[in-house]
Ligand binder design. Structure first.
Ligand code: OGA
Ligand code: MN
Length: 209
């Protein structure tokens, strides 16, 4: 399979933005053809009944709380990866290498899942990684919604670390938009989506399995 090469100029721009604000977006780093293929896989997995309701918390406190978080997920695993999933994993792996080169983050691996928010679902305000609690360092979210329209909802609201009720950005989940942020810093929430809302989401981590 042909490797998707990351555009070095766009990567530089994205990393400057990340260095400056601790979060950043790119609309062109990930080829839209790959995004369309990923979206098609999510619909196929969902039609096959393979997407599972997402859970919150760990171990015995792990629970399904659809009012808090209404998405269905499918975790990408090396052993069961399709060619399209492999392309995405290869790209994330390149991104991990570049993040380490630029920011000395000591990232060792990433975890990634497809997410599908059915109509009416969202995800309440949360932080992905409470300081010191886990090894998630950088969150990535790649949106996969062709023809997203403002009245579809499902934006990512991004809040100030110092002032949790101050919204600093509202990101539209359009096909090909990639968001990166420091996992332990930013409260964020997924606004209720009125249409099925697709993404590839995950974390670059500094621990080993
Ligand atoms: C998450 C999350 C945001 C989004 O999965 O932890 O916050 O926009 N996702 O999908
Ligand atoms: Mn999150």
């Amino acid at each position: 399979m042909e490797q998707n090469q990351i555009n070095p100029a766009e990567l530089d721009r994205l990393f400057s933005e990340l260095a400056e604000k601790n979060w950043a977006t790119s609309h062109s780093l990930v080829p839209s053809e790959l995004c369309q293929q990923l979206a098609a896989e999510i619909f196929a997995l969902d039609n096959a009944g393979t997407m599972q309701p997402a859970s919150i918390g760990h171990g015995s406190s792990k629970t399904h709380l659809q009012d808090v978080r209404g998405d269905k997920t499918y975790w990408l695993e090396e052993a069961t990866s399709s060619p399209v999933q492999n392309s995405a994993r290869a790209l994330l792996s390149q991104l991990q290498t570049e993040l380490n080169r630029h920011f000395y983050l000591g990232l060792k691996r990433f975890e990634a899942h497809f997410a599908l928010y059915p109509p009416g679902a969202g995800y309440d305000k949360h932080v992905d990684n409470h300081r010191g609690e886990s090894a998630r360092r950088i969150t990535f979210i790649l949106y996969l919604n062709t023809n997203w329209q403002p009245d579809h909802g499902g934006e990512l609201s991004f809040f100030s670390p110092e002032q949790e009720d101050l919204r600093i950005a509202r990101i539209e989940p359009r096909l090909g938009t990639l968001v990166l942020f420091r996992s332990e810093i930013f409260p964020h929430q997924v606004e209720k989506s009125l249409h099925p809302r697709l993404s590839l989401t995950g974390w670059f981590r500094n621990d080993v399995l």
